[in-house]
Design a protein. Structure first.
Length: 400
């Protein structure tokens, strides 16, 4: 989910995937000695930055919500969180039902063994992922409740520093990390074995995204008492734009125009919820990531995560989706901490998740954008049922 329009990142990730995979089929063991070492160092840098990203993005987001909270804003953010978490839980249930029936080979005896690292550099994080998350939550709430202006300014500056590190350190090394990881997968033979499964994964999550959009719009129609088809029928241009740009931000003008054309939405709610949804509503992305981590877990580690582990992962993933919207590269980059901390993914698992996620990135973004129309319908039906926040786009359209 390329939230800030970083199309070049997606291209670089895919290029790294392809080049790394091709090289992995032809390189010899001495080259792989170096590759394994360099990949380890890049992974150490990424995992060192992850807790800092959590604190740097989650804390200011909570502070801003507390400082500017209103009934409708809180309801909108809560609705976006609920949509994301429920989408993740829907994907989790689907994963338990579908993934065991996929033709996934988990035995590793026929794979070529990767060579040992010729050079090893370990960079331990300052604190664990869960410590970072709890720290961010309590600090954010405490600063918001006490209106601590100095700490507010401090974390606003810290957010800028972390944003710079993400943009100039984390994001640039991701394509190389993915490329080197896919060299390893191709070298040991795992990539050619599982390529059909990767394609199947992408197709299944796109189908799941459309199912979830149907659920959201159905709920929107029930809550508002209005015909949901009078919203989503106008969203085709926004969906196609999101597929083409892979960016919620770049799609925002088109999404606003589509929502304004709906006869069952008020201009006031459209201009409030659609931009906000582009920032905090990531239902398509979390649905995709949930299904992918389950499948990758079975591919690489031979088993699906336990039900309790996945429920915790879904709940925390929803927090990251709402609280860390500005991370370039989307939900996966923002949630690397819980992927490693909760699910126990190693460097190979993280690289595989990033790469496969990038293949469907545009469709996940399109689902996010289109789902904003359903949330707008729900909020409009809840807070503007009698036109107290402004009339609908066309008179007489409320119960079409």
């Amino acid at each position: 989910m390329a939230k800030i329009g970083d199309l070049s990142l997606i291209i670089k990730l895919i290029a790294g995937l392809v080049i790394g995979a091709l090289l992995g089929f032809v390189v010899n063991e001495p080259i792989m000695d170096v590759v394994v070492s360099v990949r380890h160092i890049l992974g150490q840098i990424i995992f060192f930055l992850v807790p800092l990203v959590i604190v740097g993005f989650i804390t200011p987001a909570i502070v801003r919500l507390g400082r500017n909270a209103s009934k409708i804003l809180v309801a909108a953010v809560a609705l976006a969180y609920a949509s994301s978490v429920c989408a993740a839980l829907f994907s989790m249930v689907s994963g338990y039902l579908v993934i065991p029936h996929l033709s996934i080979a988990t035995e590793a005896e026929s794979l070529r063994k990767l060579p040992e690292m010729v050079f090893r550099l370990d960079i331990p994080p300052l604190f664990s992922v869960m410590s970072a998350l709890i720290t961010a939550l309590f600090l954010g709430l405490g600063i918001a409740w006490t209106r601590a202006q100095t700490l507010t300014s401090l974390f606003e500056e810290f957010e800028k520093v972390i944003s710079w590190l993400v943009l100039h350190v984390l994001i640039p090394i991701l394509p190389f990390f993915v490329g080197l990881s896919f060299m390893g997968l191709a070298y040991e033979g795992s990539l050619s074995r599982h390529l059909p499964i990767f394609v199947t994964m992408v197709v299944l999550v796109i189908i799941g995204q459309f199912i979830w959009l149907g659920v959201l719009y159905g709920i929107g129609g029930i809550v508002s008492g209005r015909n949901p088809s009078q919203v989503f029928r106008y969203y085709a241009p926004a969906y196609l734009t999101a597929v083409g740009t892979m960016s919620s931000a770049a799609t925002l003008p088109v999404a606003l125009e589509c929502a304004h054309r709906s006869p069952v939405l008020s201009r006031t709610m459209v201009e409030f919820m659609v931009p906000l949804g582009a920032t905090v509503h990531l239902c398509g992305s979390v649905l995709t990531e949930t299904f992918f981590v389950m499948t990758i877990s079975l591919i690489l580690y031979g088993t699906l995560p336990s039900l309790g582990t996945m429920v915790l992962f879904c709940i925390l993933l929803g927090i990251f989706a709402v609280g860390a919207p500005g991370v370039p590269g989307g939900t996966v980059v923002a949630s690397l901490g819980i992927v490693t901390g909760i699910l126990g993914f190693d460097q190979t698992g993280v690289a595989l998740l990033i790469a496969i996620f990038a293949l469907q990135d545009s469709f996940g973004t399109a689902c996010n954008v289109t789902g904003d129309g359903a949330l707008t319908l729900i909020l409009d039906g809840t807070f503007n049922r009698h036109g107290q926040l402004g009339p609908l786009q066309h008179s007489g359209g409320a119960d079409a």
